[in-house]
Write a protein of this length. Structure first.
Length: 139
């Protein structure tokens, strides 16, 4: 039994639609679990309130190729946690949509977290500028 083009294209289109629908449902469920728009951030399994972080740490301004950005040093935040030997780890920065980047300790010493829950690293590619951060984990 041979399938003609007239039969293959609708089957292929239905398959692509079902795949897209399932991917959309997965992303929506993932975002719901990570409370998009939340004012908290998880750092090595400990929740931190963004307002508390910004009242506890000194804000600095860095120069990027996209203008000046203000925030708190990621290394200051990491050093305030229970992580022993912060320089011995790499750090995965994860966004609410599942996007993530891994940075070294020396990167974290130059990177900032803004009030908008975004990371900026003036010396790294824009791919490291993660938006809507929900978690930072030492690996």
């Amino acid at each position: 039994m041979s399938l003609s083009k007239d039969k293959i294209f609708p089957i292929l289109a239905i398959f692509v639609l079902l795949l897209s629908l399932s991917a959309s449902l997965y992303v929506h469920a993932y975002q719901s679990n990570h409370s998009v728009g939340s004012t908290t951030i998880i750092i090595n399994d400990t929740k931190f309130d963004m307002n508390s972080l910004f009242s506890e740490f000194h804000s600095i301004t860095i120069e990027t190729d996209d203008g000046n950005k203000s925030g708190i040093l990621l290394s200051d935040i990491i050093e305030s946690t229970t992580i022993t030997c912060p320089s011995c780890h790499y750090y995965t920065i994860q966004a609410a949509d599942g996007y993530q980047q891994t940075a070294s300790w020396s990167d974290m010493q130059q990177g900032i977290l803004t009030k908008e829950k975004r990371s900026y690293f003036p010396h790294l590619a824009h791919a490291y500028w993660v938006r809507n951060i929900v978690e930072i984990e030492a690996i």
